[in-house]
Ligand binder design. Sequence first.
Ligand code: C2E
Ligand code: SIN
Ligand code: SIN
Ligand code: SIN
Ligand code: FE
Ligand code: FE
Length: 625
Amino acid sequence: MKIKNLTIVAIILSFLIILTSIYVNFDLVVNVRFYVDKNNVLVEQINEDNLKLQIPVQKLKDINEYSRTSVSIAIIKDNAMDLIDSMQSVSLELKNNLATMNDISLKRHNAAVQTISSKLLQLQINLDQVQFVMNQNMLLNEMLNTSDENLMLISELIDEIDQDYDDLNLVILNDLTIVLNTMFILLMIVVASLFFGLIRFVYFQIPYIVKGLNMLGDKQYHNETLKIPTPIFVEEKEIHNYIDTVFEENRFIEDIKEVLLKVYVVEDAVDALFNLLKERMGIDRVGLAFVDYNREMIVAEYGVIVDRVIKLGPGFEVPFVRTSLYDLIESRKPMINNDLEEEFKKRPKSSSLYLLAQEEIKSNLILPLTMGNAVFGFLFLSSREKDFFNLNHLHLAEKIVYEIKGLLNRTYFTKVVFSKITSGFSELVEKKDNETGEHILRMVNYSTLLAYKLIEKNHPDYQIQERMVLEIERNAAVHDIGKVGIPDSILKKPGKLTDEEWEIMRTHPIIGGDIFKSIREGLKAFDPELYKVSEDITRYHHEKWNGEGYPHGLKGHEIPLVARIVAVADVFDAISSKRIYKEAFEVEESFQILKNMSGVNLDPYLVEIFIENKSEVLKIYEKYK
Ligand code: C2E
Ligand code: SIN
Ligand code: SIN
Ligand code: SIN
Ligand code: FE
Ligand code: FE
């Protein structure tokens, strides 16, 4: 039941009651009452006339006994005749009035009215008779004897009519009372039910709402203590649901903030956001892109998608002007696109739409990330369902973005700083080791190729997250950073190393590993995982599968997977390229040497995959020759 409907019904009911009561009362009070009052006067008058009639009749009787004066007889007779005339006209009027009343609304009392009417008729007949007798020129004695019976009957009839009429009056009055009482009771019911709604509102709902708002104001988003008044009306339920939703949304945003507060790496932020939003909204993908204003590019930073590898991911970039994001940079407003298939038909050349189509993404909610007046990036929420996003999603997403954009900016900033440090290291190694930029690029590409292939293979012992590929990509280049600590005389020695020199050379993974260890110590308070991959790669890239490597002699799966991956890439590139101490091997021969090292130096499964993808390895080899 809606209180709104109750109110409408109550108002309509009150109107009906008032209208009926006006109608009925008008009839009863105005019409019937009018005649009742008039008839009361008439009945009284006829009674009076009848009483008065006794006087001339008595006089005539007296005259009859003692004296006979024709003049006085005539006067007395005239007097009696006048009274009878008056009674005649009064009874006629009474009869007419009753007939009219009956027509209006006394049909219920038809019988009573009929009785009175017939008595009135009889009264008239009797009066007629008395008149007739009095008009006859008969002896006084004779006349009196003849009309005496009539006069008695007239008195009796008038008494009866008086009595009947009183009874009828009483009944009518009773009717009136019943009608008025009924109206009153009905009105009371209407008023009471409205009052009931109002009281519920004032005593339960308003305090509940006020308390809820206070709690929200105090940022207490756990509303379990907020006692919800039992709802009776639909509106009350709606209020509760709305307040509950507000609490739930705020709690959810609090949760997001709490989780993201502990995050220092932008990928972790997106992963956390994805997990929370997947559950809350049922989305299938979260993407993050930043705007590079110098190059006028949108650069995809990171993305997560359910059940598959992201296509539109890191490394993807597109000039502003070719995306619909350009308008959003201007407007700074979010945008829903609930039919990407249709959009792709309109812009078949869009590479981002092509990649989203490959991911089977059909709906997109794009939220610009702003700092001041500038858009520094975009958050993409997506679904594989067409027409997925509605205004509720949009509002919630906007609130979330408002809360987390600073954090995304901060993690992105941290990331840029980290990547500058890392690329600085790589350059250092390059200079020191006399290795070229091409070596680094090949090495990085071989490593990421292997890592991506591992995701596709999905081998239970070689589980790797897409995130890890990014980390490998970023850190492979620094694997030999420790060589900064090796004297140039050893590093750049054209010939074979002596035992002592080799002893020193073997310390480079420790030196490199310790550099990252000390960086990690400093950042431990923020996130103990920061630079872990960097340390693993630098420290363990010379461990051997058979346990005879250095510096720790780890064996097989004891060696971190990232280090095993980088080792394959590093060794293949060292064999197939020229070094100060050696010539380059032909590429086919290099594959053969690599194969020989499988299961000895290198993880056999990784070597197998590497060789399996020879054609792609060759592409990289040729590209950076
Ligand atoms: P690097 O030049 O980057 O070589 C990395 C790894 O590739 C080597 O690790 C080794 O496992 C593999 N590798 C490189 N060339 C060949 C090759 O011709 N045949 C085979 N089977 N494997 C090869 P390793 O041996 O632990 O050496 C580590 C680093 O020590 C090398 O890095 C290089 O900088 C230095 N180094 C190794 N041997 C010599 C040497 O004879 N003279 C000089 N000056 N430096 C050397
Ligand atoms: C993304 O969705 O992850 C990036 C989209 C873009 O760069 O256009
Ligand atoms: C575009 O409009 O090209 C990008 C669409 C998207 O990433 O949602
Ligand atoms: C980063 O480059 O973003 C962090 C490096 C790491 O976690 O190893
Ligand atoms: Fe090395
Ligand atoms: Fe190396």
